[in-house]
Design a protein around this ligand. Structure first.
Ligand SMILES: [Fe+2]
Ligand SMILES: [Fe+2]
Length: 273
């Protein structure tokens, strides 16, 4: 019996996280693995990690996180924005890992059939900080409290003028792709950033939510028949329900976060099967 598993936020620049990745194993030879972004910052280490996982799992399905999209000073690959994303997609294709640019694979094991759709959508600052009504106010609030996502320095939107324009273009393209899925099929929607705002309501710093998604996808779990919506980014692993749809946060997160928890990280997380 095969299982569709998911994991995100492996952040392999930390040695303790690399040890956990070394222990990530399928339970049977037909298992699939979703990797929902934030493998790491350096293209070479993202590739090495995905390659290792692909050797173990029958299928690996990747969606980018913000960290893969950073142009980090330590990375010999200094591509920015869309060119960086395109290079990541090309690299995945070389190692037989599915990306948001590929045809959606259909899970036919238990809990299926379901089209497994990795999505690259980014965010548009519409999950605004408390008491603010525009992007400018929301960002100003974050700069006042000092809770500002590093994306502001390292995630370049080139050739778009800003990250929200890139996000809106991704939302439009992705909407067309999802609308073309056979309406008889359920879906597993996979995005590094949650499709719906509700998971961000427990953030310790609510102003961080503006880097976590877009209101434009608020009904996608219903519109596109999701049996599960898989995400990461928040580093708050848990299961929630929205309109009867299961939302699964599947992150590992930073060692300083998971070390303090009573139980060791239970990864990968079972999604179907
Ligand atoms: Fe992360
Ligand atoms: Fe992230």
């Amino acid at each position: 019996m095969s299982t569709l598993y998911a994991v995100s936020d492996l952040h392999v620049s930390y040695a303790e996280n690399r040890r956990i990745v070394d222990d990530l194993q399928p339970s049977s030879p037909g298992d699939w693995l979703i990797v929902a972004g934030d493998v790491g910052e350096l293209l070479g280490s993202v590739e090495a990690t995905l390659r290792l996982l692909r050797e173990r799992f029958a299928k690996v399905i990747w969606a980018p996180g913000n960290h893969e999209l950073w142009t980090h000073g330590d990375d010999p690959v200094q591509l920015r924005g869309v060119r960086r994303y395109d290079r990541l997609v090309e690299m995945c294709r070389e190692i037989d890992v599915l990306t948001p640019e590929d045809e959606y694979a259909v899970w036919r094991g238990e809990g299926g059939p379901a089209a497994v759709a990795p999505l690259f959508l980014l965010y548009d600052y519409s999950f605004r900080a408390p008491g603010t009504t525009t992007k400018e106010e929301s960002l100003a609030y974050a700069y006042r409290t000092g809770v500002v996502c590093t994306d502001e320095q390292l995630l370049h939107p080139d050739p778009y003028p800003d990250r929200e324009s890139w996000c809106w273009d991704r939302v439009e393209r992705t909407e067309r792709r999802l609308s073309a899925i056979d309406p008889a099929l359920r879906t597993v929607l996979v995005s590094h950033w949650p499709l719906h705002r509700h998971p961000t309501e427990v953030l310790w710093y609510p102003e961080f939510a503006q880097w976590c998604g877009t209101e434009r996808t608020a009904d996608w779990h219903l519109r596109f028949r999701a049996t599960a919506a898989v995400y990461g980014h928040l580093h708050i692993p848990r299961t929630t329900w929205q309109d009867g749809v299961r939302f699964e946060e599947v992150s590992l997160g930073y060692p300083r976060e998971w070390r303090g928890r009573p139980a060791a990280p239970a990864l990968p997380k079972r999604i179907l099967g």
